[in-house]
Design a protein around this ligand. Structure first.
Ligand code: BTN
Length: 248
């Protein structure tokens, strides 16, 4: 991917394409605070401080991943915001399936899996904008052309190229991801969460499975509620709701 120039856009916005950065989340937030329009996207070749959900690190192989952060300003009530990462999960799953022809599944809240292994993750971080309402930086990391994984990750991680047995054009994949994301985002804002909820349930690798929800609490994932909460029947028989809150 070429660096330092605009290559594509969400709703005809330019993409900021960078080489090595700490985290595209930080770069996108800087741009958002400086007034960058909704849909501004920042991509990088490599991150030295890539972050994942729940304070985890996101490690990439330089030049082999798609690392993108998108500035969003959803004009919705705060309780609806956690739905955004589920909506994004549906969009990225569709984009990966379109690009590869492979079956992509969703692990709650928004990990994307190929053959049960993680191929992509999503991190939504919100902060108070200059005007009323929150801004959200939506970060997406996709293992695209990586062939090998560190030993401790090999059983849980995979890449598009590893599964499809051929390399992928990351710029084209970026375009597909942004198109699907924009379509699903607009649908969510315009029509509500139900269409994404239905798509998430259809593609879910979590529903009906055993899950751990916090310290020593195990159970079975029953459903995705209308508001985006995961409904879990614990082994002790309680019905528990889990919302995937936005970071940080
Ligand atoms: C997760 O699975 O925990 C979420 C991973 C999100 C990683 C992406 S890569 C682009 C953006 N920049 C970051 O530092 N994180 C997100």
């Amino acid at each position: 991917m070429r660096t330092g120039e605009a290559v594509h856009g969400w709703a005809s916005r330019p993409v900021v394409s960078l080489g090595e950065v700490g985290s595209t989340q930080t770069e996108a937030r800087r741009l958002a605070e400086a007034g960058a329009p909704e849909g501004t996207a920042v991509v990088a070749e490599h991150q030295t401080q890539g972050r994942g959900r729940l304070g985890r690190r996101w490690i990439d192989e330089p030049g082999a991943a798609l690392l993108v952060s998108i500035v969003l300003r959803p004009t919705l009530d705060a309780p609806r915001l956690p739905q955004l990462s589920l909506v994004a999960g549906v969009a990225v799953a569709e984009a990966l399936a379109e690009a590869s022809g492979l079956r992509v599944t969703l692990s709650w809240p928004n990990d994307l899996l190929l053959r049960g292994r993680k191929v992509a993750g999503i991190l939504a971080e919100s902060f108070a904008g200059r005007d009323a309402g929150a801004s959200v930086i939506l970060g997406i990391g996709i293992n695209v052309n990586q062939e090998r994984f560190p030993e401790d990750l090999a059983a849980r991680a995979t890449s598009l190229a590893f599964e499809a047995r051929h390399p992928f054009d990351r710029e084209q994949l970026l375009r597909t991801v942004l198109n699907r994301l924009e379509a699903w985002y607009r649908r969510w804002v315009g029509e509500g969460f139900e269409p994404a909820r239905e798509a998430w349930r259809r593609g879910s690798a979590t529903l009906g499975q055993r899950v751990t929800i916090g310290e020593g609490v195990n159970g079975t994932a029953l459903d995705l509620a209308e508001d985006g909460a995961l409904l879990v029947r614990t082994d002790a028989g309680a019905l528990v709701r889990r919302i995937a809150a936005l970071g940080p």
